[in-house]
Write a protein that binds this ligand. Structure first.
Ligand code: SF4
Length: 210
C-alpha cells in the first residue's frame, strides 16, 4: 500500500471518530491497568460488568491487595481465566505498593515486570493513560492491518513494528483505537462488512464482501 492511500485511510478514520477512546471503563491509570489485565481473552463488556462493582469498593493497589486473592475472585469470577488473573492482579498490586509508591509507573520496563503485564498491556497503558504513541496490536488490529494491507506482518510483533514505521506521527496516538474499533464493528473476523465500510475503496483486501 502506498503512503498516500495510507494517509487517506487514517484521515477518514480520524474524521469519523476524532477522539477515539477505549471501551473499558476506568478513571485512573491504575483502574485502566487492572481492566486491561482482566481483559485478556475476555470482552470489554464482560470486564466492565466486573469492574463496575469492584472499583467502587477498591480502586487503589493497597485496597485491592487487601481484598486478597479469594476476595478479588468474588468480583471477577465471571471473567475467563479469573483464577490466574486474580493471582496476577494481587501480585501486581503488592509490587505497585512496594516498588512504585502505589502509582502506575510511566515506564515500559517497570510495567512489563508486573505479573500479568506483557508488551500489549504495557502499550495500552502507556498509550491510553499517558498519551505515548505506542501501538498495542491485538487480534483486531492484526487482522485489519493485514487485510487492508495497511501494515502487513506474520506476527503481532511484526505488525506493531510495521505500523510504528509507516503511520505518520500525527496519527500514532489514536491509530490503535481506530483499528480496534474498525475490527470490532466493521472489519469483523468471519464476514467483514465491506458494504458499509468507510475505507472500502482504499482497502486492498482481495475477498471483499458486498
Ligand atoms: S473493505 Fe472490508 S476488508 Fe476492507 S477494511 Fe473494510 S470491512 Fe475490512
Amino acid at each position: 500500500m502506498n503512503k498516500e492511500k495510507r494517509r487517506e485511510i487514517l484521515t477518514r478514520l480520524c474524521a469519523n471518530n476524532p477522539k477515539p477512546e477505549t471501551e473499558l471503563n476506568y478513571s485512573s491509570p491504575f483502574e485502566l491497568l487492572i481492566a486491561v489485565i482482566l481483559s485478556a481473552q475476555a470482552t470489554d463488556v464482560g470486564v466492565n460488568k466486573a469492574t463496575d462493582k469492584l472499583f467502587p469498593v477498591a480502586n487503589t493497589p493497597q485496597a485491592i491487595a487487601d481484598l486478597g486473592v479469594d476476595g478479588l475472585k468474588e468480583y471477577i469470577k465471571t471473567i475467563g481465566l479469573f483464577n490466574a488473573k486474580a493471582e496476577n492482579v494481587i501480585k501486581t498490586c503488592h509490587m505497585l505498593v512496594e516498588l512504585h509508591g502505589g502509582e502506575v509507573p510511566e515506564n515500559r520496563e517497570a510495567l512489563e515486570a508486573l505479573p500479568g503485564v506483557g508488551r500489549k498491556t504495557a502499550n495500552v497503558v502507556l498509550n491510553t493513560a499517558f498519551g505515548w504513541p505506542t501501538i498495542a496490536v491485538d487480534t483486531h488490529i492484526y487482522r485489519v492491518s493485514n487485510r487492508t494491507k495497511l501494515a502487513m506482518g506474520k506476527t503481532v510483533d511484526h505488525v506493531e513494528q510495521k505500523l510504528l514505521k509507516v503511520i505518520p506521527a500525527e496519527f500514532k496516538v489514536d491509530v490503535h483505537h481506530w483499528l480496534i474499533l474498525h475490527g470490532r464493528y466493521t472489519c469483523i473476523a468471519r464476514k467483514p462488512r465491506c458494504g458499509s465500510c468507510i475505507i472500502e475503496d482504499l482497502c486492498e483486501f482481495k475477498d471483499k464482501t458486498e
